[in-house]
Design a protein. Structure first.
Length: 581
């Protein structure tokens, strides 16, 4: 084998790895985080979790990506360790799909239609289609499909290049002798594990092995232990991902490693014990790409079937390896734990987590607003203290969510994802302002208490109506996170605007009639101004969130709502409900 063959081999490997990466990223972007959301929500039992692990990994073509995501789920508290085990098992089976696709390269036949099944025959067509989609399509989805097709074509070209480069090795005795060393199960497992750990992809290392098989020099006795080792080596990605994570996330990575170690040990012990008595003849035969794919799938399916009933034991073993601390037992899940850095590699899903964190922030602000209503008739310093604590908590939310979204902005985002990120950044800022205004309301009541001032009974009743209307507006705005109608928010805002105007007019009359002091009037104005600002921020948030849907609704379009019968009906209903006596 000449130096030029070696250069061609490494060049083919580079193309192979790049193609696999490009295809995987295209698949992830095309899914828009939906696959990860499915993993999060649909793992109610172990069997369903296994099927989901198989399905998601088959689509994104990477068990490493799936297990890293699972580590993130466990670290953030979204998913318990018991559910993660099934997904990890399923991911090992799903990753074998790649080997079957690559095995098509070994098809040999003079039949035209069978030849069409070879990736080298149809991948150039896919490459042409992919480049056309990338160059001439303006839609993100079509561009993602183009990346997938081009990635697959590059992957197959790299595979073909590697096969051609190593072909001369078939006539090199030294190469054959080296391969014979790996017929030793221990050495073979170590070689497979090290190779996979270095390139961090079992699919890629299996592909390299399949390329070597095309020389005809790799026997099944050599290939089998290497494949077993590859399953162990793929655990390195999850292990690296768990560094810096909480102990439960480390256990998820530990389960992945334990599953493959136990599965490999059992499989090899049973296989080589049977071989002593039965002497499997296929071991001395030259391995083929199809044979490699068959062994890879057989091992992972068998290991899953055998160990699935013992998933609880795997969980206990993980707890034995990484013991539970007293501090961990009493640690409660925090809402912002869902902002795990591992999710940044899947922007669509990371945005969903950012949106969920913003919703949690908004709901905390809503609880604070609810507490402020109790201060009208019965002032309590404890309540003001709780509102201030809530405001500090919301400030922390804003900082963490903002930093998370800024980190996400440095990733490769589609135009739709960039828009969603911008919307979330503005939304989080407005929610924090609502929290500030709620705190200002509490401070106004505190100032009244210090001077032993009290609103008149009429003023209290008017403020109650105003407070209820503002709370309803905030609830309607929170509903926008679940795709509630924007028109509700606008109808509430119109009613609140009219209420504010009417209360101010009534207040002026009370001042003229000496029924209210200047000092109390200033307090009332401060509270009403806070309500007005809260309403204004709710309108801004609703406008931002409406842009996440299929139809964009700009601020200047709001006037068009006035002519809608639905708006008129809601406005009439809310105006009747929140009216002053």
């Amino acid at each position: 084998m000449s130096i030029f063959n070696a250069l061609t081999l490494f060049g083919g490997l580079a193309l192979f790895l790049y193609g696999m990466d490009l295809m995987g990223k295209g698949l992830e972007q095309a899914s828009g985080g939906k696959l990860e959301k499915i993993l999060e929500n649909l793992t109610s039992n172990i069997f369903k979790a296994v099927l989901l692990g198989i399905g998601v990994t088959s689509v994104i073509q990477s068990s490493s990506a799936t297990t890293v995501m699972v580590v993130g789920f466990v670290n953030s508290g979204i998913m318990p360790l018991s559910r993660a085990i099934g997904i990890i098992m399923g991911a090992n089976i799903g990753t074998t799909v790649t080997a079957w696709i690559l095995s098509l390269a070994g098809i040999e036949s003079s039949n035209f239609f069978i030849q069409l099944l070879k990736p080298t025959s149809f991948s150039p067509v896919l490459a042409v289609i992919g480049i056309v989609l990338l160059m001439f399509s303006k839609k993100e989805k079509k561009k993602n499909i183009g990346n997938i097709l081009i990635g697959f074509a590059i992957l197959m070209f790299g595979m073909d290049t590697m096969s051609g480069a190593v072909e001369p090795l078939a006539d090199v005795p030294a190469f054959t002798n080296i391969l014979l060393m790996f017929s030793n199960p221990i050495l073979g497992v170590m070689a497979g594990a090290i190779l996979t750990a270095v390139i961090q992809s079992s699919s890629a290392s299996v592909g390299i092995l399949q390329a070597l098989c095309m020389t005809g020099s790799v026997r099944y006795s050599t290939a089998l232990p290497i494949i077993m080792g590859q399953n162990i080596g793929t655990c390195i990605t999850a292990i690296l991902s768990a560094i810096g994570a909480n102990r439960n996330a480390k256990r998820a990575a530990c389960v992945h490693l334990l599953f493959n170690l136990i599965g490999t040990t059992l499989f090899l012990c049973v296989f080589y014990t049977l071989n002593l008595f039965m002497d499997f003849p296929f071991l001395v035969e030259s391995a083929t790409p199809v044979g490699i794919a068959t062994i890879h799938t057989t091992f992972n399916v068998t290991a899953t079937i055998l160990l699935l009933p013992f998933n609880r034991i795997l969980e206990k073993l993980a707890y034995l390896v990484i013991r539970e601390t007293e501090e961990e037992k009493h640690t409660t899940k925090k809402s912002l734990d869902i902002l795990d850095e591992r999710f940044l590699e899947v922007p669509g899903y990371a945005l969903e987590q950012g949106k969920a964190a913003a919703l949690a922030m908004f709901e905390e602000t809503r609880r604070s607003l609810d507490m402020s209503s109790t201060l009208m008739e019965s002032y309590a310093s404890e309540t003001v203290g709780k509102i201030r604590e809530s405001e500090d908590l919301v400030d922390g939310y804003e900082n963490q969510i903002g930093n998370y979204l800024l980190a996400l902005s440095r990733k490769t985002l589609s135009s739709k994802e960039s828009q969603a990120l911008s919307v979330l950044l503005h939304t989080v800022s407005d929610i924090e302002t609502i929290s500030d205004q709620t705190c200002n309301i509490a401070i106004a009541y505190k100032g009244m208490e210090s001077k032993e001032e009290r609103f008149s009974e009429k003023a209290v009743q008017e403020l109650k109506v105003q407070q209820k209307a503002v709370e309803a507006l905030v609830d309607a705005t929170i509903g926008m996170f679940e795709n509630r109608a924007y028109i509700e928010v606008y109808a509430y805002d119109q009613v609140i605007e009219e209420l504010l105007k009417e209360i101010k007019e009534r207040h002026v009359i009370r001042l003229i009639n000496n029924e209210c002091s200047i000092s109390l009037g200033m307090r009332l104005t401060d509270i009403l101004n806070s309500y007005e600002r809260i309403a204004g921020r709710c309108m801004r948030i609703a406008n931002y969130l409406s842009q996440l849907g299929e139809k964009e609704l700009e601020i200047h379009d709001h006037e068009n709502l006035l002519a809608l019968s639905d708006y008129q009906e809601l406005y009439g209903e809310y105006k009747k409900k929140y009216c002053l006596n």
